[in-house]
Design a protein around this ligand. Sequence first.
Ligand code: AMP
Length: 248
Amino acid sequence: MLGAPSFPQLHRGKGGRVQASISTENSQPETGLALTAHEDRSLPRESRCGFSTPRVTLKVMRTVYIGMGGNMASWAGAPEATLAAAAQRLESLGRMTRRSSLYSTAPVGFAAQPRFVNAVVELETELEPRGLLEGLQGIELEFGRDRSAGIANGPRTLDLDILLFGELKISESGLEIPHPRLAERAFVLVPLNEIAAGVVVPGAAKTVGQLLTRLIEATKAISDAVVQVRSKVSADKEIGGWPSYREK
Ligand code: AMP
């Protein structure tokens, strides 16, 4: 439940943009509301100065978690480099607020292929679920994702999945949220747990951390299926928190 919103805080941002924000007493990060008031530049300057005539749009800002993975080289380089470059592209869909480490993971389903590199990022976005899915699929294509091979769980340059979308639960053609295989995949739960252990998974009535504990107990161990990738390059070579990847 959200608490009573406080009075909007108004301030002038870059480029003369008037911004307003509302904070709520008990607001959850994944249900945060953002109110943005844009100065209407079609009006004469006299009537748009100050805060008397802003055009106010109420937008819902949601915290979403995106699973990333790949095991084939793309134009950006090896999978680590693809994930680093794709993470930068994700900034076009929202504001990246957290990212997990990179993990080297054993392939699931179709075993005769290289290990994957996986990670999870947290984004704050104003996009609707369909819009976000379309944006992710566009980025997959930019990195050479080719669905024509048709092998389920087969090799790929880049896979982007919506794991969680705020508190939403969606089940419709071509879109299921939370991701339907979230709770059974260590390569998703381990990086997700690193950045969102306490987040409750809608429909499961359990936190990410509880789902991971349950999976570990059910499978007895995660062994080498999911191993954190250690950076071999110095911190000053980092791209936004992930090491830039140097080809050997
Ligand atoms: P994949 O081959 O794993 O990339 O699966 C992509 C397909 O899964 C697409 O056709 C999507 O429409 C569908 N899909 C359903 N739910 C999701 C989700 N939460 N995130 C990403 N893709 C989804």
